[in-house]
Design a protein around this ligand. Structure first.
Ligand SMILES: [Zn+2]
Length: 149
């Protein structure tokens, strides 16, 4: 069993968790905030990079969206609902493409909503267009099963 590592949503500290600990009940060793809130985390570029770099033993799924984008708004609640099923094996993040245009371009996002799935910092799958919560969960699990651990 490997140690997992998560970034605290509250203070950004990196927390290591033994495999046998329930990450959903884990609290940050620095600030005491829960490591998982049951909701996708809104991140800026800096926080996104921290999660991408420091998350270990779990995947990172990013929804790149913008407030003016109708399909993005449609998918928002679906993405949030998917968190209940996917956490803590997958950390769900939301990145605003308008506010973080450089990061979005860096990731090669050309159309939104876009989903990007990372493991060990590497993109292992990407998908454009709105999906339902069930589709998001199925797509994520298929991509994780396909990609070598
Ligand atoms: Zn913290």
């Amino acid at each position: 069993m490997t140690t997992r590592q998560f970034v605290c949503p509250g203070c950004g500290a990196t927390n290591r968790l033994p495999a046998e600990r329930d990450a959903l009940k884990g609290k940050c060793g620095r600030c005491g905030e829960p490591l998982f809130t049951g909701h996708p985390l809104e991140v800026d570029g800096e926080a996104f990079r921290a999660h991408r770099r420091a998350t270990q033993g779990a995947a990172v799924l990013v929804d790149v969206w913008a407030p003016w984008c109708g399909p993005c708004r449609t998918m928002g609640p679906q993405f949030a609902a998917a968190a209940a099923t996917l956490e803590p094996a997958v950390r769900l993040l939301k990145l605003n493409a308008d506010e973080e245009g450089a990061v979005s371009a860096e990731l090669g996002v050309s159309g939104i909503p876009a989903l990007l799935l990372f493991r060990d910092g590497q993109i292992i799958a990407r998908q454009a267009g709105a999906m339902t919560a069930n589709q998001i969960v199925a797509w994520t699990n298929q991509a994780l099963a396909r990609a070598p651990a």
